[in-house]
Design a protein around this ligand. Structure first.
Ligand SMILES: [Zn+2]
Length: 551
Protein backbone atom coordinates (compact mmCIF):
# COMPACT_ATOMS: atom_id res chain seq x y z
CA UNK A 1 0.00 0.00 0.00
CA UNK A 2 1.15 3.55 -0.72
CA UNK A 3 1.97 5.90 2.15
CA UNK A 4 0.74 9.47 2.39
CA UNK A 5 2.97 11.75 4.41
CA UNK A 6 0.92 14.78 5.34
CA UNK A 7 0.92 17.86 7.55
CA UNK A 8 4.57 18.50 6.71
CA UNK A 9 6.59 21.21 5.02
CA UNK A 10 8.21 19.38 2.13
CA UNK A 11 11.08 21.32 0.59
CA UNK A 12 10.87 22.09 -3.13
CA UNK A 13 13.31 24.10 -5.20
CA UNK A 14 15.15 24.42 -8.47
CA UNK A 15 18.38 22.52 -8.93
CA UNK A 16 20.40 25.26 -7.23
CA UNK A 17 17.85 26.12 -4.56
CA UNK A 18 16.20 28.87 -6.60
CA UNK A 19 12.50 29.64 -6.15
CA UNK A 20 12.17 27.43 -3.11
CA UNK A 21 8.86 26.64 -1.47
CA UNK A 22 7.20 24.05 0.75
CA UNK A 23 4.31 21.75 -0.04
CA UNK A 24 2.31 19.93 2.61
CA UNK A 25 1.95 16.36 1.36
CA UNK A 26 3.99 13.61 -0.27
CA UNK A 27 2.78 10.30 -1.62
CA UNK A 28 5.17 7.34 -1.67
CA UNK A 29 4.32 4.18 -3.60
CA UNK A 30 4.90 0.61 -2.51
CA UNK A 31 8.26 0.37 -4.23
CA UNK A 32 9.62 3.28 -2.19
CA UNK A 33 9.35 5.86 -4.96
CA UNK A 34 7.80 9.29 -4.61
CA UNK A 35 4.53 9.25 -6.54
CA UNK A 36 3.60 12.86 -5.86
CA UNK A 37 4.59 15.88 -3.80
CA UNK A 38 2.07 18.69 -3.55
CA UNK A 39 -1.00 19.87 -1.72
CA UNK A 40 -3.17 17.57 0.33
CA UNK A 41 -6.01 18.92 -1.84
CA UNK A 42 -4.41 17.99 -5.16
CA UNK A 43 -6.64 15.72 -7.18
CA UNK A 44 -3.99 13.05 -7.58
CA UNK A 45 -3.44 12.88 -3.83
CA UNK A 46 -7.18 12.88 -3.08
CA UNK A 47 -7.63 10.07 -5.62
CA UNK A 48 -4.86 8.03 -4.02
CA UNK A 49 -6.40 8.56 -0.61
CA UNK A 50 -9.64 7.11 -1.89
CA UNK A 51 -7.99 3.92 -3.10
CA UNK A 52 -6.43 3.44 0.32
CA UNK A 53 -3.14 4.69 1.74
CA UNK A 54 -1.29 4.41 5.02
CA UNK A 55 -1.24 7.89 6.53
CA UNK A 56 1.75 9.32 8.28
CA UNK A 57 1.45 12.65 10.11
CA UNK A 58 4.68 14.64 10.00
CA UNK A 59 3.45 17.04 12.70
CA UNK A 60 4.19 20.21 10.82
CA UNK A 61 7.92 19.52 10.57
CA UNK A 62 10.21 20.50 7.73
CA UNK A 63 11.05 17.58 5.42
CA UNK A 64 14.20 17.77 3.31
CA UNK A 65 15.56 15.38 0.72
CA UNK A 66 18.00 12.91 2.30
CA UNK A 67 21.42 14.53 2.45
CA UNK A 68 24.16 13.16 0.22
CA UNK A 69 27.67 13.81 1.44
CA UNK A 70 29.47 15.00 -1.67
CA UNK A 71 32.94 14.19 -0.38
CA UNK A 72 33.81 11.85 2.43
CA UNK A 73 35.95 8.83 3.33
CA UNK A 74 33.74 5.90 4.23
CA UNK A 75 36.00 3.31 5.85
CA UNK A 76 38.12 5.97 7.48
CA UNK A 77 35.02 7.55 8.97
CA UNK A 78 34.03 4.21 10.45
CA UNK A 79 37.49 3.66 11.80
CA UNK A 80 37.64 7.20 13.15
CA UNK A 81 34.53 6.54 15.21
CA UNK A 82 36.73 4.06 17.08
CA UNK A 83 39.53 6.58 17.72
CA UNK A 84 40.55 8.87 20.59
CA UNK A 85 39.27 12.38 19.85
CA UNK A 86 41.65 15.30 20.31
CA UNK A 87 39.20 17.93 19.03
CA UNK A 88 38.90 19.63 22.41
CA UNK A 89 42.66 19.79 22.99
CA UNK A 90 44.28 23.19 22.95
CA UNK A 91 47.92 22.20 23.39
CA UNK A 92 50.38 19.34 23.75
CA UNK A 93 49.58 18.92 27.42
CA UNK A 94 45.87 18.34 26.67
CA UNK A 95 46.80 15.90 23.92
CA UNK A 96 49.07 13.93 26.24
CA UNK A 97 46.33 13.77 28.86
CA UNK A 98 43.73 12.54 26.34
CA UNK A 99 46.03 9.85 25.00
CA UNK A 100 46.89 8.70 28.53
CA UNK A 101 43.20 8.34 29.39
CA UNK A 102 42.43 6.54 26.15
CA UNK A 103 45.35 4.18 26.66
CA UNK A 104 44.14 3.38 30.17
CA UNK A 105 40.55 2.71 29.09
CA UNK A 106 41.56 0.70 26.01
CA UNK A 107 44.03 -1.81 27.35
CA UNK A 108 43.39 -4.36 24.61
CA UNK A 109 43.76 -2.27 21.46
CA UNK A 110 46.87 -2.97 19.46
CA UNK A 111 47.27 0.60 18.31
CA UNK A 112 46.13 3.86 19.71
CA UNK A 113 44.56 5.85 16.91
CA UNK A 114 43.69 9.48 17.46
CA UNK A 115 41.73 12.03 15.50
CA UNK A 116 41.27 15.75 15.57
CA UNK A 117 44.85 16.93 15.92
CA UNK A 118 45.73 20.22 14.30
CA UNK A 119 49.19 21.66 13.70
CA UNK A 120 48.23 24.73 15.70
CA UNK A 121 47.71 22.68 18.89
CA UNK A 122 51.37 21.77 18.91
CA UNK A 123 52.86 24.99 17.52
CA UNK A 124 53.36 23.39 14.15
CA UNK A 125 55.51 20.62 15.63
CA UNK A 126 54.86 16.90 15.40
CA UNK A 127 57.64 15.05 17.13
CA UNK A 128 57.60 11.43 18.19
CA UNK A 129 59.76 12.36 21.16
CA UNK A 130 56.98 14.42 22.77
CA UNK A 131 54.62 11.43 23.02
CA UNK A 132 56.96 8.45 23.24
CA UNK A 133 56.89 8.24 27.03
CA UNK A 134 53.11 8.12 27.37
CA UNK A 135 52.25 4.50 27.86
CA UNK A 136 53.42 3.21 31.24
CA UNK A 137 52.29 -0.41 30.72
CA UNK A 138 54.65 -3.24 30.19
CA UNK A 139 54.77 -4.01 26.49
CA UNK A 140 53.40 -7.38 25.54
CA UNK A 141 54.03 -6.94 21.82
CA UNK A 142 57.13 -4.79 21.66
CA UNK A 143 56.36 -3.26 18.25
CA UNK A 144 52.61 -2.90 18.34
CA UNK A 145 51.57 -2.34 21.91
CA UNK A 146 51.68 1.44 21.75
CA UNK A 147 51.51 3.03 18.39
CA UNK A 148 50.03 6.42 18.09
CA UNK A 149 48.97 7.55 14.65
CA UNK A 150 47.53 10.99 14.95
CA UNK A 151 45.65 12.19 11.92
CA UNK A 152 45.70 15.89 11.42
CA UNK A 153 42.40 17.61 10.81
CA UNK A 154 43.04 17.61 7.11
CA UNK A 155 44.22 14.01 6.81
CA UNK A 156 47.17 15.02 4.75
CA UNK A 157 49.79 14.65 7.41
CA UNK A 158 50.21 12.19 10.18
CA UNK A 159 52.08 12.35 13.47
CA UNK A 160 53.49 9.14 14.76
CA UNK A 161 55.37 8.05 17.82
CA UNK A 162 58.55 6.05 17.43
CA UNK A 163 56.83 2.67 17.69
CA UNK A 164 54.50 3.66 14.86
CA UNK A 165 57.36 4.91 12.71
CA UNK A 166 59.04 1.60 13.27
CA UNK A 167 55.96 -0.42 12.37
CA UNK A 168 55.51 1.62 9.20
CA UNK A 169 59.13 0.93 8.27
CA UNK A 170 59.78 4.52 7.21
CA UNK A 171 63.25 4.95 8.76
CA UNK A 172 65.03 3.65 5.69
CA UNK A 173 62.37 4.52 3.18
CA UNK A 174 62.86 7.25 0.57
CA UNK A 175 60.23 9.99 0.47
CA UNK A 176 57.37 8.87 -1.79
CA UNK A 177 56.43 11.00 -4.81
CA UNK A 178 54.60 14.04 -3.50
CA UNK A 179 55.20 13.26 0.14
CA UNK A 180 57.70 13.82 2.90
CA UNK A 181 58.97 11.77 5.79
CA UNK A 182 60.17 14.50 8.12
CA UNK A 183 63.60 13.83 9.65
CA UNK A 184 65.81 15.25 12.37
CA UNK A 185 69.33 16.56 11.85
CA UNK A 186 70.67 13.00 11.91
CA UNK A 187 68.32 11.89 9.15
CA UNK A 188 66.13 9.89 11.51
CA UNK A 189 62.35 10.03 10.93
CA UNK A 190 61.17 12.46 13.59
CA UNK A 191 57.41 11.84 13.71
CA UNK A 192 55.63 13.72 10.91
CA UNK A 193 54.66 12.18 7.60
CA UNK A 194 53.09 14.61 5.20
CA UNK A 195 51.00 14.50 2.04
CA UNK A 196 51.61 11.41 -0.07
CA UNK A 197 53.64 9.93 2.79
CA UNK A 198 50.47 9.91 4.89
CA UNK A 199 48.16 8.94 2.06
CA UNK A 200 50.24 6.16 0.55
CA UNK A 201 52.04 4.78 3.61
CA UNK A 202 49.98 5.40 6.74
CA UNK A 203 46.38 5.12 5.52
CA UNK A 204 46.77 1.82 3.70
CA UNK A 205 48.77 0.46 6.59
CA UNK A 206 46.17 1.33 9.21
CA UNK A 207 43.41 0.08 7.00
CA UNK A 208 45.21 -3.17 6.22
CA UNK A 209 46.31 -4.15 9.71
CA UNK A 210 42.72 -3.97 10.95
CA UNK A 211 41.02 -7.39 10.92
CA UNK A 212 38.19 -7.75 8.35
CA UNK A 213 35.45 -8.03 10.99
CA UNK A 214 36.69 -4.79 12.53
CA UNK A 215 36.51 -3.10 9.13
CA UNK A 216 32.97 -4.37 8.55
CA UNK A 217 31.96 -3.09 11.97
CA UNK A 218 33.56 0.25 11.12
CA UNK A 219 31.58 0.52 7.86
CA UNK A 220 28.34 -0.41 9.59
CA UNK A 221 29.05 2.14 12.30
CA UNK A 222 29.63 4.77 9.63
CA UNK A 223 26.30 3.98 7.93
CA UNK A 224 24.43 4.18 11.23
CA UNK A 225 26.12 7.46 12.11
CA UNK A 226 25.26 8.83 8.67
CA UNK A 227 21.61 7.80 8.82
CA UNK A 228 21.38 9.39 12.26
CA UNK A 229 22.81 12.60 10.80
CA UNK A 230 20.28 12.70 7.97
CA UNK A 231 22.32 11.16 5.16
CA UNK A 232 20.93 8.68 2.67
CA UNK A 233 23.82 8.90 0.23
CA UNK A 234 27.53 9.50 0.10
CA UNK A 235 30.40 9.96 -2.32
CA UNK A 236 33.57 8.24 -1.17
CA UNK A 237 36.48 10.31 -2.33
CA UNK A 238 39.51 8.00 -2.09
CA UNK A 239 38.48 4.39 -2.56
CA UNK A 240 41.17 1.72 -2.65
CA UNK A 241 41.34 -2.09 -2.87
CA UNK A 242 41.31 -2.54 0.88
CA UNK A 243 38.19 -0.50 1.64
CA UNK A 244 36.49 -1.78 -1.52
CA UNK A 245 36.98 -5.40 -0.49
CA UNK A 246 35.44 -4.72 2.93
CA UNK A 247 32.53 -2.83 1.39
CA UNK A 248 31.73 -5.67 -1.02
CA UNK A 249 31.80 -8.26 1.76
CA UNK A 250 29.45 -6.15 3.82
CA UNK A 251 27.09 -5.60 0.88
CA UNK A 252 26.92 -9.34 0.29
CA UNK A 253 25.83 -9.79 3.87
CA UNK A 254 23.23 -7.06 4.04
CA UNK A 255 21.52 -4.25 2.18
CA UNK A 256 22.91 -0.91 3.31
CA UNK A 257 20.46 1.98 3.80
CA UNK A 258 22.69 4.43 1.94
CA UNK A 259 23.48 5.01 -1.73
CA UNK A 260 27.18 4.93 -2.48
CA UNK A 261 29.24 6.41 -5.31
CA UNK A 262 33.01 6.11 -5.18
CA UNK A 263 36.01 7.73 -6.79
CA UNK A 264 39.03 5.48 -7.11
CA UNK A 265 42.22 7.03 -5.70
CA UNK A 266 45.04 7.44 -8.23
CA UNK A 267 48.38 7.98 -6.52
CA UNK A 268 51.30 9.61 -8.32
CA UNK A 269 53.82 7.09 -9.58
CA UNK A 270 57.19 7.39 -11.31
CA UNK A 271 55.94 6.68 -14.83
CA UNK A 272 52.90 7.57 -16.86
CA UNK A 273 52.28 3.88 -17.50
CA UNK A 274 52.01 3.24 -13.77
CA UNK A 275 49.63 6.16 -13.37
CA UNK A 276 47.46 4.93 -16.22
CA UNK A 277 47.43 1.36 -14.92
CA UNK A 278 45.56 2.63 -11.88
CA UNK A 279 43.00 4.28 -14.16
CA UNK A 280 42.59 0.92 -15.90
CA UNK A 281 41.61 -0.62 -12.58
CA UNK A 282 39.01 2.10 -12.01
CA UNK A 283 37.63 1.49 -15.51
CA UNK A 284 37.44 -2.25 -14.87
CA UNK A 285 35.50 -1.66 -11.63
CA UNK A 286 33.22 0.85 -13.31
CA UNK A 287 32.28 -1.82 -15.87
CA UNK A 288 31.19 -4.07 -13.00
CA UNK A 289 29.61 -1.45 -10.73
CA UNK A 290 27.75 1.26 -12.62
CA UNK A 291 24.37 2.93 -12.90
CA UNK A 292 22.89 0.03 -14.87
CA UNK A 293 24.07 -2.96 -12.88
CA UNK A 294 24.71 -1.58 -9.38
CA UNK A 295 22.94 1.77 -8.92
CA UNK A 296 23.36 1.85 -5.14
CA UNK A 297 27.09 1.18 -5.07
CA UNK A 298 28.94 2.49 -8.09
CA UNK A 299 32.52 3.24 -9.08
CA UNK A 300 31.90 6.54 -10.84
CA UNK A 301 35.37 7.86 -11.43
CA UNK A 302 38.86 8.63 -10.25
CA UNK A 303 40.28 10.94 -7.60
CA UNK A 304 43.61 12.71 -7.92
CA UNK A 305 45.16 14.66 -5.04
CA UNK A 306 46.69 17.77 -6.59
CA UNK A 307 48.19 19.43 -3.54
CA UNK A 308 48.21 19.67 0.24
CA UNK A 309 46.72 22.22 2.58
CA UNK A 310 47.17 25.89 3.44
CA UNK A 311 47.97 25.31 7.13
CA UNK A 312 50.79 22.92 6.29
CA UNK A 313 52.07 25.29 3.55
CA UNK A 314 51.64 22.40 1.12
CA UNK A 315 48.81 23.83 -0.99
CA UNK A 316 50.18 24.92 -4.39
CA UNK A 317 50.11 28.72 -4.55
CA UNK A 318 51.03 31.03 -7.41
CA UNK A 319 52.98 33.26 -4.99
CA UNK A 320 54.99 32.07 -1.97
CA UNK A 321 53.39 31.87 1.47
CA UNK A 322 53.45 35.30 3.06
CA UNK A 323 54.63 34.36 6.54
CA UNK A 324 57.63 32.21 5.59
CA UNK A 325 58.31 32.66 1.86
CA UNK A 326 57.76 28.95 1.17
CA UNK A 327 56.84 28.10 -2.42
CA UNK A 328 54.92 24.95 -3.09
CA UNK A 329 54.13 23.48 -6.48
CA UNK A 330 51.17 21.23 -7.25
CA UNK A 331 51.90 17.52 -6.84
CA UNK A 332 50.88 16.84 -10.45
CA UNK A 333 52.05 19.07 -13.27
CA UNK A 334 49.63 19.76 -16.10
CA UNK A 335 51.68 17.43 -18.30
CA UNK A 336 51.40 14.59 -15.78
CA UNK A 337 47.74 15.13 -14.99
CA UNK A 338 46.55 15.47 -18.61
CA UNK A 339 46.93 11.84 -19.72
CA UNK A 340 45.26 10.55 -16.54
CA UNK A 341 42.27 12.85 -17.01
CA UNK A 342 42.06 12.00 -20.69
CA UNK A 343 42.08 8.25 -20.16
CA UNK A 344 39.42 8.36 -17.45
CA UNK A 345 37.27 10.77 -19.44
CA UNK A 346 37.42 8.71 -22.62
CA UNK A 347 36.25 5.69 -20.65
CA UNK A 348 33.24 7.63 -19.39
CA UNK A 349 34.56 8.06 -15.87
CA UNK A 350 34.27 11.22 -13.82
CA UNK A 351 37.43 12.97 -12.63
CA UNK A 352 37.55 14.46 -9.14
CA UNK A 353 40.63 16.62 -8.74
CA UNK A 354 41.60 17.77 -5.28
CA UNK A 355 42.86 21.36 -5.60
CA UNK A 356 43.20 23.77 -2.68
CA UNK A 357 45.75 26.45 -3.63
CA UNK A 358 45.19 28.89 -6.50
CA UNK A 359 48.02 27.42 -8.57
CA UNK A 360 46.72 23.87 -8.23
CA UNK A 361 43.17 24.98 -8.98
CA UNK A 362 44.40 26.55 -12.21
CA UNK A 363 46.25 23.37 -13.20
CA UNK A 364 43.17 21.26 -12.40
CA UNK A 365 40.85 23.44 -14.47
CA UNK A 366 43.38 23.58 -17.32
CA UNK A 367 43.67 19.78 -17.25
CA UNK A 368 39.91 19.40 -17.54
CA UNK A 369 39.58 22.11 -20.17
CA UNK A 370 42.24 20.53 -22.37
CA UNK A 371 41.46 16.84 -21.90
CA UNK A 372 37.88 16.28 -20.85
CA UNK A 373 34.54 15.99 -22.59
CA UNK A 374 31.87 18.53 -21.62
CA UNK A 375 28.90 17.01 -19.82
CA UNK A 376 30.83 14.32 -17.97
CA UNK A 377 30.35 16.20 -14.69
CA UNK A 378 33.99 16.33 -13.72
CA UNK A 379 34.61 18.05 -10.44
CA UNK A 380 37.16 19.86 -8.34
CA UNK A 381 37.41 19.15 -4.64
CA UNK A 382 37.93 21.82 -1.95
CA UNK A 383 38.63 24.95 -4.10
CA UNK A 384 39.81 26.84 -1.04
CA UNK A 385 41.75 29.68 -2.67
CA UNK A 386 40.52 30.24 -6.22
CA UNK A 387 41.39 33.33 -8.28
CA UNK A 388 38.41 35.37 -9.55
CA UNK A 389 39.11 34.16 -13.11
CA UNK A 390 39.19 30.49 -12.14
CA UNK A 391 36.06 30.87 -10.00
CA UNK A 392 34.27 31.91 -13.19
CA UNK A 393 35.76 29.12 -15.33
CA UNK A 394 34.11 26.38 -13.23
CA UNK A 395 30.59 27.16 -14.41
CA UNK A 396 31.70 27.88 -17.94
CA UNK A 397 33.33 24.47 -18.26
CA UNK A 398 30.58 22.57 -16.47
CA UNK A 399 32.84 21.63 -13.55
CA UNK A 400 31.11 20.81 -10.27
CA UNK A 401 32.42 22.81 -7.32
CA UNK A 402 32.76 20.26 -4.55
CA UNK A 403 32.96 22.30 -1.35
CA UNK A 404 33.27 21.52 2.34
CA UNK A 405 32.16 24.56 4.35
CA UNK A 406 33.26 22.84 7.59
CA UNK A 407 36.81 23.57 6.46
CA UNK A 408 35.93 27.28 6.34
CA UNK A 409 34.97 27.38 10.01
CA UNK A 410 36.51 30.63 11.35
CA UNK A 411 37.86 28.76 14.39
CA UNK A 412 40.23 26.66 12.28
CA UNK A 413 41.54 29.21 9.81
CA UNK A 414 43.03 31.68 12.24
CA UNK A 415 46.53 31.18 10.82
CA UNK A 416 45.38 32.08 7.30
CA UNK A 417 45.77 35.88 7.41
CA UNK A 418 49.43 35.53 8.30
CA UNK A 419 50.05 32.56 5.97
CA UNK A 420 48.43 34.20 2.97
CA UNK A 421 48.48 37.88 3.78
CA UNK A 422 45.22 39.81 4.23
CA UNK A 423 44.53 40.43 0.55
CA UNK A 424 44.88 36.84 -0.58
CA UNK A 425 42.98 35.68 2.48
CA UNK A 426 39.97 37.60 1.18
CA UNK A 427 39.78 35.08 -1.66
CA UNK A 428 39.29 32.08 0.61
CA UNK A 429 36.26 29.80 0.14
CA UNK A 430 34.62 31.89 -2.61
CA UNK A 431 31.50 29.69 -2.80
CA UNK A 432 29.12 32.44 -3.88
CA UNK A 433 31.34 33.28 -6.83
CA UNK A 434 31.35 29.65 -7.97
CA UNK A 435 27.55 29.62 -7.83
CA UNK A 436 27.19 33.00 -9.53
CA UNK A 437 29.52 31.77 -12.28
CA UNK A 438 27.05 28.98 -12.99
CA UNK A 439 28.80 26.04 -11.32
CA UNK A 440 26.74 23.39 -9.57
CA UNK A 441 27.80 23.20 -5.92
CA UNK A 442 28.04 19.83 -4.19
CA UNK A 443 28.22 20.07 -0.43
CA UNK A 444 30.38 17.65 1.49
CA UNK A 445 31.94 17.23 4.88
CA UNK A 446 35.25 15.51 4.06
CA UNK A 447 34.56 13.38 7.11
CA UNK A 448 36.35 12.12 9.07
CA UNK A 449 38.65 15.13 8.63
CA UNK A 450 35.78 17.31 9.85
CA UNK A 451 32.44 16.81 11.61
CA UNK A 452 29.84 15.45 9.21
CA UNK A 453 26.49 16.81 10.47
CA UNK A 454 24.98 18.42 7.36
CA UNK A 455 23.10 21.27 9.00
CA UNK A 456 26.16 22.34 10.98
CA UNK A 457 28.04 22.36 7.67
CA UNK A 458 25.18 24.44 6.24
CA UNK A 459 25.51 26.85 9.17
CA UNK A 460 29.05 27.82 8.17
CA UNK A 461 28.14 27.93 4.48
CA UNK A 462 25.28 30.36 5.11
CA UNK A 463 26.52 32.48 8.02
CA UNK A 464 30.29 32.03 7.56
CA UNK A 465 30.37 31.70 11.35
CA UNK A 466 31.90 28.97 13.48
CA UNK A 467 29.94 25.85 14.34
CA UNK A 468 32.82 24.86 16.63
CA UNK A 469 32.62 28.10 18.61
CA UNK A 470 28.97 29.10 18.35
CA UNK A 471 29.38 32.05 20.72
CA UNK A 472 31.89 33.68 18.44
CA UNK A 473 30.43 36.34 16.13
CA UNK A 474 33.50 36.22 13.88
CA UNK A 475 32.64 35.76 10.17
CA UNK A 476 35.12 34.55 7.59
CA UNK A 477 34.71 36.26 4.21
CA UNK A 478 30.94 36.80 4.60
CA UNK A 479 30.81 38.16 1.03
CA UNK A 480 30.87 34.53 -0.15
CA UNK A 481 27.97 33.31 2.02
CA UNK A 482 25.31 31.17 0.34
CA UNK A 483 21.64 31.49 1.13
CA UNK A 484 19.88 28.71 2.99
CA UNK A 485 17.91 27.19 0.13
CA UNK A 486 21.01 27.16 -2.12
CA UNK A 487 22.94 25.42 0.64
CA UNK A 488 20.28 22.78 1.26
CA UNK A 489 20.07 22.17 -2.48
CA UNK A 490 23.87 21.84 -2.67
CA UNK A 491 23.79 19.15 0.02
CA UNK A 492 21.00 17.19 -1.66
CA UNK A 493 20.35 17.84 -5.37
CA UNK A 494 23.85 19.27 -5.91
CA UNK A 495 25.62 16.26 -4.44
CA UNK A 496 23.23 13.96 -6.30
CA UNK A 497 24.04 15.79 -9.54
CA UNK A 498 27.75 15.48 -8.83
CA UNK A 499 27.55 11.70 -9.21
CA UNK A 500 24.56 11.44 -11.60
CA UNK A 501 22.36 10.28 -8.70
CA UNK A 502 19.95 13.09 -9.59
CA UNK A 503 18.29 10.49 -11.81
CA UNK A 504 16.83 8.86 -8.73
CA UNK A 505 17.57 10.94 -5.59
CA UNK A 506 18.26 14.47 -4.37
CA UNK A 507 14.80 16.00 -4.61
CA UNK A 508 11.32 15.41 -3.26
CA UNK A 509 9.58 14.97 -6.59
CA UNK A 510 7.63 12.28 -8.40
CA UNK A 511 9.81 9.55 -9.85
CA UNK A 512 12.68 9.82 -7.40
CA UNK A 513 13.27 7.48 -4.49
CA UNK A 514 11.68 8.45 -1.18
CA UNK A 515 14.94 9.29 0.60
CA UNK A 516 14.21 12.08 3.05
CA UNK A 517 14.68 13.51 6.52
CA UNK A 518 12.22 14.96 8.98
CA UNK A 519 13.86 17.86 10.75
CA UNK A 520 13.04 19.88 13.84
CA UNK A 521 14.24 23.30 12.65
CA UNK A 522 13.36 26.89 11.97
CA UNK A 523 13.91 28.00 8.39
CA UNK A 524 16.57 30.45 9.55
CA UNK A 525 20.29 30.13 8.82
CA UNK A 526 21.20 31.61 12.19
CA UNK A 527 19.37 28.79 13.97
CA UNK A 528 20.85 25.85 12.08
CA UNK A 529 22.97 24.74 15.03
CA UNK A 530 19.75 24.06 16.96
CA UNK A 531 18.25 21.94 14.17
CA UNK A 532 17.73 18.26 14.97
CA UNK A 533 17.27 15.33 12.60
CA UNK A 534 14.19 13.49 13.89
CA UNK A 535 13.84 10.76 11.29
CA UNK A 536 15.66 9.50 8.24
CA UNK A 537 13.79 7.56 5.54
CA UNK A 538 15.47 5.54 2.82
CA UNK A 539 13.54 4.02 -0.07
CA UNK A 540 10.32 4.86 1.76
CA UNK A 541 11.42 2.98 4.89
CA UNK A 542 12.37 4.58 8.17
CA UNK A 543 16.04 3.89 8.96
CA UNK A 544 16.55 6.30 11.83
CA UNK A 545 14.19 7.61 14.47
CA UNK A 546 15.35 10.01 17.13
CA UNK A 547 12.76 8.71 19.58
CA UNK A 548 14.19 5.22 19.48
CA UNK A 549 17.82 6.12 19.09
CA UNK A 550 19.36 8.05 21.91
CA UNK A 551 22.21 9.86 20.22
ZN1 LIG B 1 38.90 14.19 1.40
Amino acid sequence: MATLFHNGRFFQSGTKGEGHSFVDAMLVDESGKIADAGSINDESILAAEKTGVTKHDVNGRIVLPGFIDGHMHFLMLGQSLQKAGLEACKNLQDIRQTIKEFAATHPSVARILCKGWMHSMTNGEALASTIDDLDPRPMIFPVNSFNSFIDSKDLHSTWCNSAALKELGVQDMADPEGGKIHRDENGKASGLLSEAAAVTIVWPHIAKVAPMEEKLAALKGAVAAYNASGYTGLVDMAMDENAWEALQILRQRERLPVRIAVHWLITPQKTEAENLAQVDRAIELNRQFNMENSPDCRVVGIKVIGDGIIDGCTAGLSEPYTSNGISCDPIWSLAELGPVVKKADRAGLQCALHAIGDQTIKVAIDALEQNATPGRRHRIEHLELASPEDAKRLGKLGITASIQPVHADPAIVRAWPSLLGPTRCERAFAYKEFADGGAVLALGSDSPTAPHAPLRNAYTATTRRSAREPDSTERFNPQFALDLSATIAAGTEGSAYSCFADRFAGKLEAGRMADFVVVDMDWDANKLLEARILQTWFNGKKVFDKVWNIQ
